[in-house]
Design a protein around this ligand. Sequence first.
Ligand code: ADP
Length: 297
Amino acid sequence: MHPEDRERIRLIIEDVLDKSKSDGNYDVEYRTVGVEDKKIRWVRAMGKAIFDDENKPMRFIGTVLDITAQKQEEFRKNDFVAIVSHELKTPLTSMYGYIQIMLQNANESKDALSLRALNSMHGQTKKMIALIKDFLDIARLEEGKLQMIKKPFDLHLLLTDVCSELAFLSSHAIELQDCVELTVIGDREKIGQVMSNLLSNAVKYSPKGGKIIIGCDKEEKQVRVYVKDKGVGIHAKDLPHLFERFYRVDNEQIQTITGFGIGLYLSSEIVKSHGSTISVESIEGQGSTFYFYLPCY
Ligand code: ADP
């Protein structure tokens, strides 16, 4: 096994042999180094530990598959996405600036038709910029270059900003509860990105409307931030995979809703860099609640 993957896999195997943590399930990807040819290959190892009546591990059954070709394809795809995103960023940002100037002009001249069109362009361009930003951050994340600048900031102000931006783009009722006077420690911009992702998902996956609640529960030295919707919900079988890169739920109800399956992956990596994890509680057909913790004063 490649030395850089050993510790990660060792920790996973520890959990696999602990029934309460993993139920014995094992599914990992890592690199190997050929004993003779010294070549690096990627493998996917899957298996299951079997436990006795006292939950002691007795046996392990599994398979190992060479996925080198698939991985190389994935790396090429990632490089391509990163290059395209990088090239699109500058022209999009400049378009966004011009739209803002034109919006101001249309406002002053009270040109209703231009105002409507420009408002829509403004919203759509903003969405494109957010998507490009997510793609660029994923590329940085994979190179280990996604930096967090953690400082104390006012959570209420950030959440109000994120809510008002989204209210501009959607007609869903959004309510902010119990988040006043909370100073948290983290990267304000990145946590804003996580909240935008969670909120825009809440809107996107509630096609029939329904109130969206953003709330905060203060515990001793941390705060639980949550986003709750009354949308389509998520089937239990999909829950363990939601935060995987490019994972999208495949069901008829949301077939027409577009996306790339990167928002939750990126959000969960950002939250992990803050020493926390994103969790979800959901009942299919009734709605979902996504939440995570942040340290606070
Ligand atoms: P995208 O929305 O671009 O597909 P995400 O990573 O944001 O990507 O979400 C992954 C998947 O999780 C989505 O395809 C969707 O099926 C599911 N999902 C995310 N948020 C919600 C939500 N609030 N309600 C129901 N399903 C959701």
